[in-house]
Write a protein that binds this ligand. Structure first.
Ligand SMILES: Nc1ncnc2c1ncn2[C@@H]1O[C@H](COP(=O)(O)OP(=O)(O)O)[C@@H](O)[C@H]1O
Ligand SMILES: O=C(O)[C@@H](O)C(=O)COP(=O)(O)O
Length: 428
C-alpha cells in the first residue's frame, strides 16, 4: 500500500519533529532528506520530505516545495502537509505564505488552515496570537532570532502580509466545541472568500478536534502539533492499522561510536543546554569573526576534538547570546555570518564522523540542514523520543559502506536544559 500522508517540511529539525509526532500518533513514517533519488521503504504510512527552504529565496522555496509535492503525489499520497516552525519563523516576504499558496494552486484547493500550535512544547494560539509558554511570540527569544526575528504575535496579520488570499480566524470558542463547530467555521470563512484559517489551539484535545475537521482538506499547514489529529481520519476510513505497529517501529538498532554535539543554534533553550554541557564536558567555540578572517577554524576544532572525543562527549558550538550575535552580524553581515557558521559546523560534523563519532546531536534547524547535507544522508528512520519534538534517528544511507550513524536533530527552542547530557541514555 502506498503512503497516505505526504509531508513537506521547511527544515530538517522540523522534519524529524513532525515524523516523530506521526510515529507517536500511529503512522509508520520515514523522513527523506530532499526529494528522494532512489526507492524509499515501502512499509510506510507517511513520508516527510525535509527541505532546507525556510530562509531560502522565495522562488527557490516554492520551486523545491512544488517538486516535493509532485513526488509525493506520484507515490499516491492522499493528503498533504506543509510543516513549518511552531514559532512561525518567517519574514514579511515568506516563506510560509507563498509556499502554502503555491501548494494550494498546485492542488487546486481554495482553502487551508495554518496552525503552529504545539501545546506539549508551550506553543499555543489564542485569538490568533501565538504564545511561547506564557509569553507572546514577540516578547519571547524569537524576537532576536538571527535569521527570522518574530516581532508580531498576531498570526492573522503576519500571514496576511505574506499571501494574496484572505486570512481569517477560527477562535478557541469554536475549537473547544469540537469537530463540527470547527468545520462550520471553515465553511463560513470559505463563503466569505478567505483562503486561510488561523486556528486557535491550546491543548492536545484541540489538536485532535482540528485534525478531525481537516479530514477532507487536501492540504494542511502547521507545526507538528496538528499532525496529532490526522491519523485518526485514516483509521476511521479503514486505511490505517493499529498504532502499535508504528510505535514498535520507533526503536533503532544499537549504534556504537563516539559522541559529539554540534550546535549552531542561538535560541534561548540551546544557550542553556550549551552552558550545561560546557560545565561537564570539553567544549570548543567556533568564532564567526575568525571564520570571516579566513582562519582554518575547522582544522583547529578537529585537532582539538581528536584526543578528547575518545574519552567523553565533546561539544563544538557557535551558539552565542543575542548581543554578541548582533555585533557579529553588524561586522560581517547576517547572511554571511549564518552561512560561514553553517559551512564550518557542517565540515566539523563530517570530520567528527571520520574520527569515529557514531552518535551525533546537532542543534539548530539551519545548522542541521547544513550538517545532514554534508554527511550525504538520504533519509532518517525515527527512533525513541528524547524530549517532545526531538527523536533519535538512524541515518539511511544508500552507500552500503557507510557506518550506522545515530543523529538527533534538535530544534533550537526544544529540549530541557540537560538535553545534551541525558540524550545518550535513550540509545540502546
Ligand atoms: N555566533 C553566531 N553569530 C552569528 N550567527 C550565528 C552564530 N551562531 C550561529 N549563527 C547562525 O544562526 C543561525 C541559527 O539558526 P538555526 O541553526 O536554524 O538555529 P535555531 O534552530 O535556533 O533557529 C544559523 O544560520 C547559524 O549559522
Ligand atoms: O516546529 C518547531 O518548532 C520545530 O519543529 C522547528 O521547526 C524548529 O526549527 P528550528 O528552531 O530552526 O530548529
Amino acid at each position: 500500500m502506498s503512503a497516505l500522508l505526504g509531508c513537506i517540511a521547511d527544515d530538517f529539525t522540523g522534519g524529524t519533529d513532525l515524523a516523530g509526532m506521526l510515529v507517536k500518533a500511529g503512522m509508520r513514517t520515514v523522513q527523506m532528506i530532499g526529494i528522494p533519488q532512489g526507492p524509499i521503504p515501502d512499509d510506510v504510512d507517511a513520508v516527510v520530505i525535509a527541505l532546507k527552504s525556510r530562509t531560502s529565496p522565495v522562488t527557490e522555496a516554492i520551486e523545491e516545495s512544488l517538486a516535493a509535492l509532485r513526488w509525493l503525489q506520484a507515490t499516491g499520497c492522499r493528503q498533504f502537509y506543509f510543516k513549518y516552525c511552531s514559532t512561525f519563523d518567517s519574514t514579511p516576504q515568506g516563506n510560509i505564505g507563498p509556499v502554502a499558496e503555491a501548494l494550494m494552486d498546485a492542488l487546486g484547493t481554495d482553502f487551508t488552515i495554518a496552525c503552529p500550535a504545539f501545546p506539549a512544547n508551550g506553543r499555543s494560539v489564542y485569538q490568533g496570537y501565538l504564545f511561547v509558554g506564557d509569553t507572546l511570540l514577540s516578547e519571547s527569544g524569537m524576537r532576536n532570532h538571527p535569521l527570522t526575528p518574530m516581532t508580531d504575535p498576531s498570526l492573522v496579520r503576519v500571514l496576511q502580509q505574506q499571501v494574496q488570499r484572505g486570512v481569517g480566524l477560527v477562535a478557541e470558542s469554536a475549537v473547544m466545541q469540537g469537530e463540527q463547530a470547527i468545520a462550520r467555521r471553515f465553511a463560513e470563512l470559505r463563503k466569505n472568500g478567505k483562503g486561510f484559517a488561523i486556528v486557535d489551539a491550546i491543548s492536545d484535545d484541540d489538536l485532535m478536534a482540528i485534525g478531525a475537521a481537516c479530514a477532507d482538506l487536501p492540504l494542511v499547514t502547521g507545526g507538528s502539533g496538528i499532525a496529532l489529529g490526522l491519523p485518526q481520519n485514516f483509521r476511521r476510513q479503514g486505511l490505517l492499522g493499529d498504532d502499535a505497529q508504528a510505535r514498535s517501529a520507533a526503536s533503532l538498532p544499537p549504534t556504537g561510536g563516539l559522541r559529539a554535539v554540534v550546535s549552531g543554534s542561538c535560541s534561548i533553550a540551546t544557550q542553556a543546554q550549551v552552558e550545561a554541557m560546557r560545565a561537564r564536558h570539553p567544549a570548543f567555540n567556533v568564532d564567526p569573526l575568525r571564520l570571516a578572517e579566513g582562519d582554518d577554524v575547522v582544522a583547529a576544532a578537529l585537532d582539538w576534538a581528536k584526543s578528547r572525543v575518545t574519552q567523553e562527549p565533546v561539544l563544538i558550538y557557535a551558539t552565542a547570546a543575542p548581543e554578541l550575535v548582533r555585533e557579529i552580524q553588524a561586522r560581517i553581515g547576517v547572511e554571511r555570518a549564518g552561512s560561514l557558521v553553517e559551512e564550518a559546523l557542517a565540515s566539523i560534523a563530517l570530520g567528527l564522523v571520520e574520527l569515529g563519532v557514531g552518535q551525533l546531536i546537532v542543534a539548530g534547524g539551519e545548522t542541521s540542514g547544513a550538517v545532514v547535507k554534508a554527511l550525504g544522508i538520504d533519509g532518517l528512520r525515527i527512533g525513541p523520543e528524547i524530549d517532545p519534538g526531538v527523536p533519535w534517528t538512524a541515518a539511511i544511507q544508500n552507500d552500503p559502506a557507510a557506518r550506522t550513524l545515530a543523529l538527533a536533530l534538535k530544534s533550537g527552542n526544544f529540549g530541557s536544559e540537560d538535553f545534551f547530557l541525558k540524550a545518550w541514555d535513550h540509545l540502546a
